[in-house]
Design a protein around this ligand. Structure first.
Ligand code: RIB
Ligand code: CA
Length: 311
């Protein structure tokens, strides 16, 4: 079976790193575009290239937007560290970004069989749609990690990627085209814990890749433990990738989704309309509700510690 073709739009980011590894393993990654979010776009671009170096991902990396459309950047340093990867020691990037023209790459290089997988703020995608409102006609679909049907993570109401650039999300979601949204109501169902890692690690040989994977989990779990008291990490970005490569493991439902732009307590909230209606006139996107969480978690750990990590 031919591999699906993806472009990953990312702000690496601990869970972005796992998503990139999975995308490379299960699909053909024809391009990586970077965006400010977890960290600056400069850090994110450097991280993307260093992750590609370590995991043998020979894919162009195009640097993208450095600031949200209409607000100041608010990086997630408390979760991902100032550099975006918790200060994990990695060799210096072997190459510079292929270009600083991620928007043009997304405009010019997509094809009808290419899925675009934004796993950071939607700034780049919104800029694309501003320049070509018919862009969706030229891609297979958009598999977004962002939002949530019932609340958020960076605030009680908003999820980080949408909260970072709500105006961008509003542009993307109000197009109501070929978009599936893996929000935190879905991604929080797939949690990797310390215990999961202890169990799988015993069978995994030591290598630079497994050492990075171990440190990547350790840093994010430690950040979340000091923030939330929990000792597990949700597989947010990996879900957006696997929803394309393994759609049978996910359930999406068409919903009208509005993005709150003004609320004092709700800016960046994805307002998902779950009311029954005979007919609807608003733009609809597919909202993720259910996932075969145990299957997805085992699939992720197998790839990281058996298929990739050991190499
Ligand atoms: O809310 C989770 C999202 O915010 C993920 O994409 C994570 O990498 C952060 O960017
Ligand atoms: Ca991300």
């Amino acid at each position: 079976m031919t591999k699906q073709r993806l472009i990953v739009d990312t702000d690496p980011g601990h869970d972005d790193a796992i998503a990139l590894i999975l995308a490379h393993h299960f699909a053909e990654v024809v391009g990586i575009t970077t965006v400010a979010g977890n960290t600056s776009v400069e850090n994110g671009t450097r991280n993307a290239i260093r992750i590609c170096d370590l995991f043998g991902i020979d894919t162009p990396v195009h640097r993208g937007s450095s600031t949200p459309i209409a607000s100041e950047a608010s990086f997630a340093s408390e979760v991902h560290g100032v550099d975006g990867l918790g200060g994990i020691e990695l060799p210096e990037a072997s190459r510079a970004a292929t270009s600083d023209r991620a928007i043009e790459f997304l405009l010019d290089e997509v094809e009808p069989d290419v899925w675009v997988v934004p796993i950071g703020p939607l700034t780049n995608i919104a800029e694309v749609l501003k320049r070509d409102k018919d862009w969706f006609d030229r891609i297979a679909g958009l598999s977004v990690m962002g939002g949530g049907a019932h609340g958020g993570n960076v605030t009680a109401a908003a999820e980080f990627n949408i909260h970072f650039d709500p105006e961008a999300a509003d542009i993307v979601f109000s197009a109501g085209r070929k978009t599936q949204m893996s929000g935190v109501n879905l991604t929080h169902q797939v949690q990797v814990s310390d215990a999961d890692l202890k169990a799988v690690h015993r069978a995994s040989p030591d290598s630079p890749r497994t050492r990075f994977i171990d440190q990547n989990f350790a840093r994010i779990i430690e950040s979340l433990r000091s923030l939330t008291g929990t000792t597990e990490v949700a597989m947010h970005d990996p879900c957006a990738v696997l929803a394309v490569t393994h759609p049978e493991l996910f359930e999406f439902v068409p919903r009208e989704v509005s993005v709150e732009l003004r609320g004092t307590h709700t800016r960046g909230m994805t307002v998902v309309d779950e009311r029954f209606r005979v007919s609807r006139d608003g733009p609809m996107i597919d909202v993720g509700y259910n996932v075969k969480a145990d299957v997805v978690k085992q699939l992720i750990l197998n790839v990281l510690y058996r298929d990739i990590g050991g190499a």
